[in-house]
Write a protein that binds this ligand. Structure first.
Ligand code: HEM
Length: 177
């Protein structure tokens, strides 16, 4: 029988009552342990059919990621070390689309990047380029400026920045000048 006070029960998500609890409630002397009756009165915030919002959704989806990457490439276009690395430069549109797609996918948006490009394998894809600490720091400098333009809530900004910083450090493939 469903307990009408128990919202979780009514929603079909509560644990079945255990035997001891039922015995305690009915005063069954066979179970000497008096246990408090536990009621789950709030519906859990996260259920399997309603996943938590992704960062992608929280910060504004495609438009926000594309703005980030376009701002980033405004900086790259002025960079005497980074710009020459881009095979299609001065046309950066392809690079903009690839980085936007990758970041969208990473943060919970559509997986168009992998559909079009396969597994990211980012370290491998960066091997043809000389990613030394100077290139990394330049990349991070332009990305920091770009992220600032979004004016995200500080916790979201910090989470995204921590990832980008870590990823850029992982991309270094040479210490030669
Ligand atoms: C650390 C300094 C970095 C440098 C100098 C660098 C440079 C480059 C260059 C020259 C390309 C080729 C442009 C193109 O055709 O798309 C590229 C591609 C790409 N980079 Fe980076 N990158 C760096 C870090 C990162 C980081 C940290 C990420 C991810 C968070 C990233 C994600 C990508 C992606 C997704 C592509 C396109 C890969 C593909 O599908 O072919 N890069 N990068």
């Amino acid at each position: 029988m469903t307990d009408p006070e128990n919202v979780a029960d009514a929603a079909g998500v509560a644990e079945p009552k255990n035997v001891a609890e039922t015995a305690a409630e009915s005063g069954n002397a066979a179970d000497p342990v008096k246990r408090p009756k536990i009621r789950i009165i709030a519906k859990p915030a996260v259920t399997p059919d309603a996943p938590a919002d992704s960062m992608w959704e929280l910060i504004g989806g495609r438009d926000t990621f594309e703005k980030l990457v376009r701002e980033f490439y405004v900086g790259v276009a002025t960079d005497e070390v980074l710009l020459p690395m881009y095979p299609e430069q001065p046309d950066l549109e392809g690079a903009i689309q690839r980085l936007t797609g990758f970041l969208e996918q990473y943060w919970g948006g559509p997986n168009t990047y992998s559909q079009e490009r396969g597994h990211p394998r980012l370290r491998m894809r960066h091997m043809p380029f000389k990613v030394n600490p100077d290139a990394r720091d330049r990349w991070l400098h332009h990305m920091r400026n770009a992220l600032d333009t979004l004016e995200l809530p500080p916790l979201y900004d910090a989470e995204i920045w921590a990832y980008l910083d870590r990823a850029a450090h992982a991309m270094v493939n040479t210490f030669e000048d």
